[in-house]
Design a protein. Structure first.
Length: 188
């Protein structure tokens, strides 16, 4: 078990070190890559759930993250980068995330997370204070095959809705355990 934990921690450290840009050109390149990922993720979300487009555009703002997670024996982790857009000012804030996932398992998964903020206060709190999620939640949403074509978003805190997509499409159960979202000092 200790070996598994050490492997996961080392993987998180190596992943975060490997993606740290050092020159202005690399910083601009990473910003462009994150913007591109966010645009592709939103297109994917809107393609699967056209009603999400209106929800995102009417919100105070939104955030899009691309995360990579690994699970080995009794411990797992994920790291990622993302961007927060304030719909009123169009201001961009680049952010990072790290997550620890206890529980038995093996494997790796790439997933994307979209947060929609109902108010400026919720958006500002997310950007300026970061966000920690210590439990896990499951979206009690219907899929189009279950009738109604309902949105797949889950309310994860007051004024904040979360959509989660994997390589195979929307994930009905949103499960984020021990996650921390915070500003990326290098890219801002």
């Amino acid at each position: 078990m200790l070996i598994g934990l050490a492997v996961v921690i080392l993987s998180v450290v190596l992943l975060s070190c490997a993606t740290t840009p050092t020159t202005q050109s690399e910083i601009n390149e990473q910003r462009a890559s994150i913007r591109d990922m966010a645009n592709r993720t939103l297109s994917e979300l809107y393609g699967q759930y056209p009603g999400a487009r209106s929800r995102v555009h009417k919100a105070a703002g939104y955030a899009v993250f691309s995360d990579f997670g690994m699970k080995f024996l009794f411990m797992g982790s994920a790291t990622g980068h993302g961007i927060v857009i304030n719909n009123e000012t169009r201001h961009e804030t680049f952010m990072k995330m790290v997550e620890l996932q206890p529980g038995y398992g093996f494997g790796a998964q790439k997933f994307k997370v979209i947060f929609v903020f109902d108010t400026q206060a919720v958006l500002n709190n997310f950007v300026n204070s970061g966000w920690e999620f210590g439990g896990s939640t499951a979206a009690a949403a219907q899929t189009s095959t279950q009738g109604g074509g309902a949105e797949m978003g889950a309310t994860v805190s007051p004024g904040m809705t979360m959509y989660q997509l994997s390589g195979t499409g929307a994930i009905v159960g949103v499960s984020i355990t021990g996650a921390k979202y915070y500003k990326d000092d290098t890219l801002n």
